[in-house]
Design a protein around this ligand. Structure first.
Ligand SMILES: [Zn+2]
Length: 84
């Protein structure tokens, strides 16, 4: 089964046959060259408590949210089914 990656900018998805944290590709949906985050990490972002989210959380690209959540320890890569 392929792994699905979600565009940081538009949430468009693309599939690859391997699982890593993110890939940098040109998005088929919005045409931007952007980070596509592994879908298992995207779902983990919901674990960040709403009270602890910055005001602009919803406006941030997925990759920025991911880095912030990792930095602040809300999620760890051990929670996701990705390599590394
Ligand atoms: Zn896109």
């Amino acid at each position: 089964m392929p792994d699905t990656y979600v565009c940081s900018d538009c949430r468009g998805t693309t599939d690859r046959s391997y699982g890593v944290r993110y890939i940098v590709v040109t998005c088929e949906a919005c045409g931007r060259h952007s980070r596509h985050v592994h879908e298992s990490l995207v779902s983990l972002l919901d674990a960040v408590p709403e009270d602890d989210r910055p005001d602009d959380w919803d406006d941030r690209p997925l990759d920025e949210r991911l880095l912030a959540a990792l930095e602040q320890g809300y999620i760890t890569l051990g929670d996701a089914r990705v390599t590394e």
